[in-house]
Design a protein around this ligand. Structure first.
Ligand code: PMP
Length: 421
């Protein structure tokens, strides 16, 4: 059936731009962690529509709320006041610490990061932004510049005013796979340098400082990063790294933006927001994906002082905060609370990581198991010693085999060699 579906996709390729890839799966129904294809085969969805299904496919409480609203009112644009809008922003604001209380509702992660970029530039009067290597922050014409992942190729001058600094690689180390014995900087996990201590972390901080000082100078608008990089293959930073770079940006009056599109809403288990697990305070938080459990909803949350820089004449969004999306957002927050999904992420994440760590001991192909809560990556390698990435075709083949066995996983990373759960 998978080959047949590939043929179906091929047959329709004339309607599709470029070489847009789709997995050969014709899905038509979902319930919580399960999906069914048109032949009635059931799949356990461990990727949740690219880290988007936060409370389960068609969660009954969300379905009930949205069904009621759909019969009542869909759209008025944001010219008028809507009850579900006020109910939602109050609930969402309650999940964030002071002074992060001012909310703009939009429809996608790219739109949210676009607006965050605009806010940082308006507020500081500066243009230059810093982003980490391997980042994915969107595919709009502005956010393409912030997306530095090497597997994404934009042939446009999108990176004007955007400076990419080295992303920590705790698995391979500062020199990208060099061994301690060969390298002036010790890099292996077994060294006392990793994952967070001494000069491995300091190298990354130093690199950040160099980029900040040499290419940005004193005029920085801000810095954007995810608390854990998602598309880049669940990449974590050494302990204390984010705090140090946030301090550097703040000391130059720049703003720090936390992209919580994948890490928010309790997914990491220990905290509701990923930035909280780093002990930092961003000036702007962006969110999407899990906020709407698959419905187009996204938000930018910031401080009153920053938000006051833009009035209606500088920002408008026809669909942002419409009655349907606010109803969905509200129901999702209720379910997260009532079903205890954050505690579940912590518990399930710990169990899963322990089991996956055993796989790493048993199979050479599993180079690294990392993550937090229910945001987990398995980096696949050709051998444990060299840590050479397993070729992407082989990784895609494994994901396909797993799919045929009834389980859906994601892939990602700079070499596309990380399985994502
Ligand atoms: N930020 C992050 C961290 C993301 O993972 C994504 C989507 N993969 C985006 C922003 C962009 O979101 P969207 O596709 O909704 O525009």
């Amino acid at each position: 059936p998978y080959e047949y579906l590939q043929q179906v996709h091929q047959a329709h390729s004339g309607y599709l731009g470029g070489k847009l890839y789709r997995r050969p799966l014709l899905l038509h129904q979902g319930h919580m962690q399960w999906l069914w294809d048109t032949d009635g085969r059931r799949y356990l969805d461990l990727f949740g529509g690219i880290v988007t299904i936060s409370v389960g496919h068609c969660h009954p409480k969300v379905v009930e709320a949205v069904t009621k609203q759909i019969h009542q009112l869909w759209h008025t644009t944001n010219l008028y006041m809507i009850p579900s809008f006020y109910e939602y922003i109050e609930k969402l604001a309650a999940t964030l610490p002071e002074p992060l209380k001012v909310i703009f509702l939009v429809n996608s992660g790219s739109e949210a990061n676009d607006l965050a970029l605009f806010l940082a530039r308006e507020h500081t009067g500066n243009f230059d932004m810093l982003t980490l290597g391997g980042a994915y922050h969107g595919a709009s014409s502005q956010t393409m510049g912030l997306t530095s992942l090497s597997t994404w190729k934009f042939n446009l001058p999108t990176s004007f005013g955007i400076h990419v600094t080295m992303c920590p690689d705790v698995f391979r180390g500062v020199w990208g796979g060099a061994h301690c014995r060969d390298s002036p900087v010790q890099t292996l996990r077994s060294c006392s340098c990793l994952p967070g201590s001494c000069h491995a972390k300091n190298m990354y901080v130093q690199c950040f400082q160099n980029v900040l000082e040499s290419s940005v100078g004193k005029k920085v608008a801000g810095f954007i990063c995810e608390p854990i990089q998602g598309v880049n293959g669940t990449v974590q930073y050494p302990k204390g790294f984010l705090k140090e770079v946030y301090d550097m940006v703040h000391s130059r009056s720049g703003l720090c933006i936390a992209d919580e599109v994948q890490t928010g809403f309790g997914r990491l288990g220990s905290h509701f927001w990923g930035f909280q697990s780093h002990g930092v305070m961003p000036d702007i938080v962006t969110m999407a994906k899990g906020i709407g459990n698959g419905f187009p909803l996204a938000a930018v949350v910031t401080t009153r002082e920053i938000a006051d820089n833009i009035g209606q004449a500088k920002h408008f969004n026809t669909f942002g905060g419409n009655p349907l999306s606010c109803t969905v957002g509200s129901a999702v927050l209720d379910v997260i609370d009532e079903d205890g999904t954050q505690a579940c992420s912590a518990e399930m994440g710990t169990r899963l990581m322990q089991a996956l760590a055993k796989l790493r001991e048993e199979f050479w192909v599993v180079g690294d198991v990392r993550g937090k809560g229910l945001m987990i990556g398995l980096e696949l390698v050709t051998d444990k010693e060299s840590r050479t990435p397993l070729p992407r075709e082989e990784v895609a083949g494994i994901a396909q085999d797993v799919m045929e066995a009834g389980v859906l996983l994601g892939t990602g990373g700079n070499h596309n060699n990380t399985l994502r759960i």
